[in-house]
Unconditional design. Sequence first.
Length: 615
Amino acid sequence: MLHIDKLQVELESESGLVRALDGVRLSIERGETFALVGESGCGKSMTALALMRLLPENGYVAGGEVRIGQGRDQTDVLGLPESQMRGVRGGRIGMIFQEPGTSLNPVMKVGQQIVEAIEAHTALRGEAARAKAVEWLTRVGIPEPERRLDDYPFRMSGGQKQRVMIAMALAAEPDFLVADEPTTALDVTIQAQILDLLKDLQREQRMGMLLITHDLAVVSGMAHRVALMYAGQIIEVAPAEQFFSAPRHPYARALMRALPGGDRRGAPLEAIAGTVPPLTQRFTGCRFAPRCAQAMPHCAGTLPDLIDVAARHEVRCLLYSPGAPAAAAQVVAAAAQPAAPRINLATGPLLDVQDLRVRFPIRGGILQRVKGHFDAVAGVSFQVGAGETLALVGESGCGKTTTGKAIVQLLRQISVTEGRVLLEGRNLLELQGEDLRAARRQVQIIFQDPFASLNPRMRVFDILEEGLAALQGDLDATERRSRIERLTDQVGLRRDALGRYPHEFSGGQRQRIAIARALAVQPRLIVCDEPTSALDVSVQAQILNLLRELQRELGVSYLFITHNIGVVEYIADRVAVMKAGLIVEQGASTEVLEHPTDDYTRALLAAVPRLQAAL
Ligand code: SF4
């Protein structure tokens, strides 16, 4: 249904010509789900945009072919005039994007939007199109479809909006569907429903599907074939089963070993050193060579082609070229890591949260008077031991982030907080003035988005010094500088980073700065609020390793807020599961994750896509 050959996309940028795609070749059959995976910036979304001719203004196709359809029905997508291309987009090629909230028109009823898609791409008009829209809303599982047609998008939940997007994309009965991170913005139980729905509809309609995602576990449950991209090229393509059970490219193997999970507990994750090379350069050798643990002397000076290694399995790596030393012998098994000693939890709780309740005022009317209260946290109790990691898990809106912020005392001005938050026996909720400042030193927080949490106008040195000066006024300038330099070493940043601004760093480096800032005042407890969910797998591995090492060195405790069960299995000693402001189950993480007793925990765990990587 789709053939892409030697596709080249270039972007003009301030730093020069970016060769975003370099010779991408793939084909997708009717009824096949083909997944394009890779870390951010590797070119997977650019491939989708190029085939739909939706490249950014500074981008253009510099070469290659894109064809959809078969035989006499085949269309040369890149050669079509834009007027005909509009019929192809949304007609023969359906599209679903990550954020349904921004893809739907907020001022148009959802029914109108679906009807518009049907009328634009099929022969149905008026009442017949409306009846078709009702039929599609029913098929995508929206209850009371006739009534919901007249709702605006804001009245729907994220999962419902994504269902509407799917209905819109499929109502035109496309040959082919492009789904770009279709469930990334959704909670895990909704994600499971949407993935099942997509799978069923795709089978019924016999559509080809290009699934783009960074989540390997989602791919393993959905795709027939997988292509891994790196620096603008496909570097491995294989049937999904083979890709996950026997990946061949050194990058693919390293990525699988970087995934956190229970089986990796106690050992560092494999972090892939270095970063993706800038695509402004002309390559004369393998793009992965500077980071490859198996690089050979000629890798830096030879451009590798895709090589057949098994049926429908190709790899772009010189280890597999004819005449190379036997590839299998080159594959270094992951070094067995000695298990780190687990922390002794018998030392009594560092943090003891008792019946914590957080209520936010609901305001209304012209004077914005308080009309009532909303209980975000409705009475939770848990403990965190010294040097221990407790994971707080649950879906968005369950109250886990509010609990974390209440412990760090970030909600004092805007909420009513009740209960007791005892840090080494002292109730943080009752402290004022100097006592509160002293307690704040003990409990720090790291957020999901390191960019938003770092002041863009301050240099890294000033960011780190700010907290020190505020919370540890007894240190003089020389002591502060030497502590800051030690911290930069500890979190793995170079000392010259201190003179630079946050925007000059990658996401992973910015998270290191945020961790250094939290550590600057030598806290006993750090609330980590989804600290790795915005990061790529290889960078996530670096940050998880760093947090683990710092815990071992400094004995700091973590309250780890996350929805990623693999991360929980890897890093947490104990886990507490939250639902609607309450903890429904807590205990040792192996116990809760392997033998959950609560129905909600069971449903949550069942919805998590699992990847049994062979490495
Ligand atoms: Fe590593 Fe060489 Fe293969 Fe590139 S070609 S992935 S450097 S072994």
